[in-house]
Design a protein around this ligand. Sequence first.
Ligand code: PGA
Length: 262
Amino acid sequence: MAEVIIVKDQAQAATLAANVFATLIKRKPTAVIGLATGSTPLKVYEALAAQVKAEQIDVSNVRGFALDEYVGLDKNHPESYYSVINNNVTVPVGFTPGLINTPNGDLATIEQAGEVYETLIRSSGGIDVQILGIGTDGHIGFNEPGSSLASRTRIKTLTQQTRQDNARFFDGDLNQVPMHCITQGIGTILDARQILLLAFGENKADAIAAAVEGGVSSFCPASALQLHPHATVILDEAAASKLKLKDYYTYTFDNKPGWQSV
Ligand code: PGA
């Protein structure tokens, strides 16, 4: 079972997670980190940028791999994950742009793009710490329910729900949202040496309960983290509200019972 830490708020989660990355980078300046898009990790990136600046940590040799990318969307489109990672992570933290990778969603080379990305991750020595959000349906990356737990980086068709959710980034126009994506597989994600999954808010509570305390199943892709030897799930109380073993998890604030991690 994953370690579960229940925090007071998003800021505390961000500090915790940023510190994991900062500690790694100080110990290993050529660290390989796994990056996620979505709103969940944004404060982590802000906290990391602040810590890097305050402690003058050299991040110039850090390599990074994003989880996913739209297929057929120009790399320089403001909503491509290449652009989003560049604007939210690479520039503010000060990473070297050429060392931060996203899968290549270019149509011309899409058939080989999954294998190319897998090879690139492998030749980097593998991901040291991967940060993840979770979808309300339990997805991680763009691995929607039903994705093989052994899957590798590949093309997927976006579900109608995900396209509707993401239409807000495309002027609310569903027709502008790409139909396909390329995403690291669940097997790829599980190869990371350490995984941090963050979730906030009541709308994530069902997915978290299924992922953490439910059976391991492709119908809740995040449940695959139960198979990982070093996965930590960081939650606010709302996202943790449907967990049954709440008294056994670690709390980072005083008025709660446990300091015991499971
Ligand atoms: P969110 O998305 O961080 O914007 O909630 C998470 C996800 O869909 O993986």
